[in-house]
Design a protein around this ligand. Structure first.
Ligand SMILES: [Zn+2]
Ligand SMILES: [Zn+2]
Length: 337
């Protein structure tokens, strides 16, 4: 666990995604921001016990957005603690099973985009627990010293949180504090303010504007959904650098035209570019299977046709020791032996 600021602790889960324990200002009260991937419940409970006291529970869970790596354990934790889950109203359709997010773009480049083909699209349904924050009230529910900012482009109702008093920013996936296009770089987590969530960004202009909005806050401490905390002058400097030179990809589904969403979900999608990977994967997979099958068949045939094997077996049988007969070394350990 790392301290982002007074009363704000970052917990990194599975070396990949962060959640935040944020104290409300009233002694013993706190809020959990984001919940990691499915299966993170135990880790989060253990951290909460350590940070506060055994059996401690938050006032609420607030989700920056509903992608699986942020909402994954929300239902289990909310049920365990009996607390509400709060989201921006524009996230409601996706976290209540009424709509799917704009499809990810695996063609946009980078190993995260490559891997995104294999991420599930169905999300846990939070209907029983979720409530939307009041879009007309800029203060964050349960966290009165924090204001929320709507930062779309990555998820339609994505939220960032800012505490003016000491200029602390929780930036969600509006950007990242590590190089986020590459899976190895995410695991290494070297601090670097970077574009985030590339294969999920359905509106690149909105993503750029969201980063500009956050840079204008001049944060002194930054924690995002992915990457380590960044504290000091490099926080605002790095964010301005990203905002001023926001790297929109050169190609990809949403580069020339965004997906359009409304209060009920996705309203319009640009056509999907041709994704050649499934064909390539099929060819590679097929070749491997064929090679494996050939190896198996060759091994068996060799064994069956082996004159040395038959000769050795006959000799063993003749001498009465065939019950403990082991094949000659060439065939021992081969398939069928
Ligand atoms: Zn995300
Ligand atoms: Zn994320």
């Amino acid at each position: 666990m790392d301290t982002l600021a007074a009363g704000v602790t970052q917990l990194r889960i599975q070396r990949f995604v962060n959640v935040y324990f944020v104290e409300t200002g009233t002694p013993g009260e706190w809020v959990l921001i984001d919940t990691g991937l499915p299966g993170s419940k135990k880790t989060i409970l253990a951290a909460a016990d350590k940070l506060f006291y055994p059996g401690s529970h938050p006032e609420a869970i607030i989700l920056t957005h509903g992608h699986l790596d942020h909402l994954g354990s929300a239902k289990e934790l909310a049920d365990h603690w009996n607390v509400p889950i709060v989201v921006h109203p524009l996230e409601l359709p996706y976290v209540t099973g009424q709509a799917l997010y704009p499809p990810r773009d695996p063609t946009v480049g980078g190993s995260l985009a490559f891997m995104s083909r294999f991420f599930p699209t169905q999300l846990p349904n939070l209907t029983d627990r979720v409530q939307a924050l009041d879009a007309d009230d800029p203060s964050t529910p349960f966290l009165m010293n924090w204001r929320w900012l709507h930062v779309p482009g990555h998820a339609p109702g994505q939220l960032a949180f800012f505490r003016e008093a000491d200029r602390v920013l929780i930036g969600a996936d509006a950007f990242a504090t590590c190089h986020h296009d590459s899976v190895p770089a995410i695991l290494l987590a070297a601090p670097k303010i970077s574009r985030a969530g590339t294969p999920f960004n359905y509106d690149w202009e909105a993503s750029r504007k969201s980063v500009q909005t956050l840079a204008a806050l001049e944060p002194k401490a930054i924690g995002c959904g992915h990457g380590p905390v960044i504290i000091g002058p490099e926080a605002a400097a790095g964010l301005h650098q990203l905002a001023d030179n926001y790297p929109i990809p050169t190609h990809g589904r949403y580069v020339n035209e965004p997906a359009r969403t409304d209060a009920s979900g996705v309203e319009h999608l640009p056509p999907a570019p041709k994704d050649t990977l499934p064909l390539k994967a099929a060819i590679i997979g097929g070749s491997l299977l064929a090679a494996g099958a050939a190896w198996l068949l060759t091994g068996r045939r060799k064994h069956k046709k082996s004159k040395a094997y038959k000769k050795a077996y006959k000799a063993a049988k003749k001498s009465g020791s065939y019950k403990s007969f082991t094949p000659p070394p060439l065939y021992r350990g081969g398939v069928g032996s």
